[in-house]
Design a protein around this ligand. Structure first.
Ligand code: CTP
Length: 397
């Protein structure tokens, strides 16, 4: 199952570290190339010689001892997945806050590969609000958590906090890698940002979109193996693995999307496209001395509706609906009027939702009548839910 996959096995200093030896062995048996990274505290629990004998490479224990000058970035960039087993409260906190304190925490921050953490600690620590809050933030960011079990803990105590069994840990790694590649070979076009409609060479009509949800969609699809093209009005580099087409106006965006869409498997129109533009933009700067200008507006073309009308068979077309009222009703109306397969609706007036925020809360309406409510989560987690819905639609058609 894991042939050709490079797995970094992070081991931190909990008593359950001894079980990571079994995890190492099972990963190697499944065909993975396993690189163990042991923290200083882990070395109090398990010896490097054990890992040297079982893993695919000698264990790494320090940022400074390796012949590799920047071991954490090499490890992070080349890993297909990183599994931290066991994960102490300390490493969860480092990962949540981005604290690079040793080789393992630096590697975790230097990767875009799926990260699986397997917490193991005493019940009191597991239940502490700081640990639980760290875990919920990590889960919202897409870190895969393999929860501990109830059972015997160090010192003879019994309770929640015992490391999940090695079989469960290895299954989670396999699941993460399958999910990481479930869009391989699919061409995905995502639009992001708000369009700008020129009034004159220095002024424009715009909107509040920052492009964060569109960028998160491009990042998630690329991480899942898709060939992603991001058509964006935001002058910001594309997420790793995605190609960027920079546009400004609704007309530019339409031209780019119309060129890319015919060969796309999934098109996601996350951009906030202007509905109106100045009919006659001035070619020179409008001077205030010339009086208050009267702006005559005209309709832009609806890109999504155009795509809906000429959708190739098998393509999944996803639109967004930014609403401030009657969210469900408006979203359903957009499904049919635009010929989309899915409409992702959000109430942009609600706190933590919509423009500029790092979180979102959406309901995904499908043309077949199903509705999926996705509670408040990071825009990346929302992006993955939208892609899951798009893949489900592909499978059902
Ligand atoms: N959209 C588009 N072209 C436009 C306007 C919108 O492709 N000219 C797309 C958006 O990218 C989004 C969906 O249509 O995926 C819905 O956008 P939204 O602004 O919510 O709706 P509108 O069509 O503008 O309708 P209304 O103004 O009535 O809410």
């Amino acid at each position: 199952m894991l042939k050709g996959k490079r797995i970094v096995l992070g081991v931190t200093g909990g008593i359950a570290a001894y079980k990571s030896i079994e995890v190492c062995r099972r990963l190697v048996d499944a065909g993975a190339h396993v690189v163990p990274v042991l923290t200083k505290a882990a070395l109090n629990m398990v010896g490097p010689a054990t890992f040297a004998a079982l893993a695919s490479e000698r264990p790494k224990t320090s940022l400074w001892e390796d012949t590799e000058p920047i071991p954490h970035t090499v490890l992070g960039q080349t890993a297909d997945a990183i599994v931290v087993c066991p994960a102490t409260a300390r490493i969860l906190s480092d990962l949540r806050t981005g604290r690079s304190a040793d080789l393992l925490s630096a590697t975790l921050i230097a990767t875009r590969a799926p990260v699986i953490v397997c917490p193991a600690m005493h019940t009191e620590m597991w239940e502490h609000p700081s640990v639980q809050e760290n875990l919920s933030v990590l889960a919202a960011r897409g870190t895969i958590i393999v929860p501990p079990e109830d059972g015997r803990l160090a010192g003879g105590d019994i309770g929640k906090g015992r490391l999940a069994s090695p079989a469960v840990v290895v299954e989670a790694v396999i699941g993460a890698l399958l999910a990481a590649n479930d869009m391989t070979g699919l061409a995905v076009v995502v639009t992001a940002g708000g369009t700008r409609e020129a009034i004159d060479p220095v002024r424009f009509l715009g909107n509040r979109s920052t492009g964060k949800q569109g960028y998160a969609l491009a990042e998630a699809a690329a991480a899942r193996g898709a060939n992603v093209t991001l058509v964006s009005t935001v002058h910001s580099t594309a997420p790793s693995g995605a190609a960027l087409v920079e546009v400004t106006s609704a007309a530019d965006m339409k031209a780019a999307v119309d060129r890319l869409a015919p060969t796309a498997d999934i098109v996601v129109m996350a951009a906030a496209v202007a509905d109106f533009r100045p009919a006659n933009p001035a070619t020179q700067k409008i001077k205030k001395g010339d009086g208050v200008p009267r702006l005559q507006l005209e309709r832009t073309e609806d890109i999504l509706a155009g795509l809906g009308g000429s959708k190739p068979s098998g393509q999944v077309l996803v639109g967004f609906a930014a609403e401030t009222n009657d969210v469900g009703q408006n979203a359903k109306a957009k499904l049919s009027s635009k010929g989309a397969d899915l409409i992702v609706a959000n109430d942009v007036g609600a706190p933590g939702v919509g423009f500029g925020t790092d979180t979102n809360e959406v309901t995904i309406f499908a043309a077949d009548g199903t509705e999926t409510a996705v509670p408040m989560a990071s825009k990346l987690a929302i992006a993955n839910e939208v892609l899951n819905a798009a893949l489900a639609k592909r499978d059902s058609s």
